[in-house]
Design a protein around this ligand. Structure first.
Ligand code: MLC
Ligand code: AMP
Length: 504
């Protein structure tokens, strides 16, 4: 699949210029014509700053239609979009800017003071602002440019985005995602989920990750569907809008919160066609409770930043609880043992994937990239899986040390490194324990130095707040005299998980 992703999207919505593309909570609407014009202005503005195809555009802004226009403008101009979680703190941003060397960073006005300083230190030439209402210095430049622009004719392998994922070493890696990767996945999901005329997407996910930005927005734009575009996960708001929507995408936390709300009834879901879940394991209990309560069977799918979506339960066949369905068309899966050999069907092994959806590698980390791909081009997801007789895949665990909290990935190493820097701390181990709202909760086990008796839970959290996004902060901290280690000296996290599983 070649060409600029934007061209593929625009080809589908160009004939619907007057139709509503996006509606905000307070009723502000934008048509597909607006999407085309606003994204053209962004492209012209960024080109006018002197940016060239392939240059990175780092973005840390609140969710809004204008943030989406910024993404689409980057696609149009052949620039590489680099979205950053709004929860990231200056120390985290500093690393991303230093590593990705963007030509510009766009942030909300409230972040400008420290962003200017960080940008100066990292040699980023431009800092622009963008507020959720569309105002800011980016808008000032956009308003002075044309709303017509010729879409950059990308090759399929040209980069569309870099998304940072953390790693087991604690050092985040930039996944390089091409126009081909995104287009292949968009077309495949559009087909697999049966997008049709009249579909309306209720969009409540953040747009700095694969789920909210690529999966959700691409499907809706490619289908020329209206999106309710909200920066809230409040279950009351979701329930208010379900009767006006046909498709909803969420992480498991959205579904457990909906179930906790007595207003969720078959009546509120009457017009809904499809509920999709992903980014973290959906408990079978949630699957069955949701079906019982609403009459709808959640469709669970599986993917990751580096690959986009790999598998999906079927639109029309049986959706099986505890499984993530079958490989999407064009995606090849392999489940292998420790020697890299395929396991017998039904056995658990490491899941590898290959396809046009799979990224090309980690930004400026060729060795890391080589480590994660086999000689014949399969990418090691780090997930452990099993395939049933009928080809359905179950993700049974991870062979990477990763916690998924409310759909956000937290790599323990990154948190441990920050805790270990705190004076009075000797060492720490960070694990995930089951949590009723977030699925897993970040939990720290800390050993203090003899002179660190005054280091308490509050002190650690206060300290971490300056360096880590809030969702990475431990929800609970336990103090111990020593960490359990095996004969090789490695911390036995499985023992810690067993010990603290029920100690919330
Ligand atoms: C918020 N908090 C979290 C958290 N989200 N803590 C741990 N994990 C999270 N995910 C913190 C808040 O800062 C706050 O701290 C406290 O917990 C309560 O917050 P809240 O108001 O209840 O949270 P809310 O704003 O409602 O957000 C919860 C959420 C959000 C589940 C809606 O986390 C979310 O949007 N998750 C989706 C993430 C996502 O899109 N992932 C896709 C990645 S792509 P305090 O101290 O202020 O009380 C991917 C690939 C794929 O994985 O397959 O899709
Ligand atoms: P991220 O790196 O944020 O894209 O997260 C990707 C990881 O989320 C995957 O490697 C899986 O571990 C996990 N994941 C995504 N979807 C599912 C799912 N439906 N079930 C279980 N795990 C999932």
């Amino acid at each position: 699949m070649t060409g600029n992703l934007f061209t593929h999207l625009q080809r589908r919505f160009a004939a619907r210029a007057d139709d509503t593309a996006i509606e905000e909570r307070e009723g502000t609407v934008f048509s597909f014509g607006d999407v085309a014009c606003q994204s053209a202005r962004v492209a012209n503005a960024l080109i006018g700053l002197g940016l060239h195809p392939g240059d990175r555009v780092a973005v840390q802004v609140d969710k809004s239609p204008h943030a989406l226009f910024l993404y689409l403008g980057c696609l149009r101009a052949g620039l590489v979009f680099l979205p950053l979680n709004t929860a990231y703190q200056p120390r985290e941003i500093d690393y991303f800017l230093g590593d990705a060397t963007p030509g510009v960073i766009v942030c909300s006005g409230a972040r400008t003071a420290w962003m200017l300083e960080t940008a100066r230190q990292q040699g980023v030439p431009h800092v622009l602002t963008l507020e959720a209402d569309g105002t800011g210095t980016l808008a000032e430049i956009c308003n002075a440019t044309s709303d017509k622009q010729t879409v950059h004719p990308c090759g399929g392998d040209d980069l569309a985005a870099i998304l940072y994922t953390s790693g087991t070493t604690g050092r985040p890696k930039g996944a390089m995602i091409s126009h081909k990767n995104l287009t292949a996945n968009c077309l495949s999901l559009h087909d697999a989920w049966g997008w049709r005329d009249g579909d309306i997407l209720l969009h409540v996910l953040p747009i700095f990750h694969v789920h909210g930005l690529f999966v959700a927005c691409h499907c809706a734009l490619y289908n020329a569907s209206k999106m309710y575009f909200f920066d809230t996960a409040d279950s009351d708001v979701i329930i208010d809008y379900l009767p006006r929507s046909t498709v909803f995408m969420g992480v498991p936390t959205h579904y457990t919160r909906l179930l906790d709300n007595p207003r969720l009834t078959p009546e509120t879901c009457r017009g809904m066609r499809l509920f999709i879940s992903g980014s973290a394991p959906l408990l079978e209990q949630t699957f069955y409770d949701f079906r019982k309560r609403t009459g709808h069977t959640i469709l669970e799918r599986y993917g990751m930043t580096e690959t986009g979506m790999n598998t999906s339960n079927p639109l029309n066949g049986e959706r099986i609880a505890g499984t993530v369905g079958k490989a999407l068309p064009g995606v090849k899966l392999r489940i292998v043992d420790e020697d890299g050999l395929p396991v017998t069907r039904g056995d658990v092994g490491a899941l590898l994937v290959k396809g046009d959806n799979v990224f090309s590698g980690y930004w400026r980390m060729p060795e890391k990239t080589d480590e994660e791909f086999t000689a014949d081009g399969y990418f090691a997801t780090g997930d452990l899986a099993r395939e049933t007789e009928n080809g359905y895949i179950t993700i049974v665990g991870r062979d990477k040390d990763l916690i998924i909290s409310g759909g956000y990935n937290v790599y323990p190493k990154e948190v441990e490194l920050c805790i270990d820097e705190i004076p009075g701390v000797r060492e720490s181990a960070v694990i995930g324990v089951p949590h009723p709202d977030f699925g897993e909760a970040v939990t720290a086990i800390v050993v203090r130095d003899p002179d660190g008796r005054d280091v308490d839970e509050q002190r650690i959290v206060d300290d971490l707040r300056n360096s880590l996004a809030k969702f990475k902060l431990p929800k609970t901290i336990h103090f111990v005299d020593e960490l359990p280690r095996n004969a090789m000296g490695k911390v036995q996290k499985n023992l810690l998980r067993q010990r603290y599983e029920s100690a919330r």
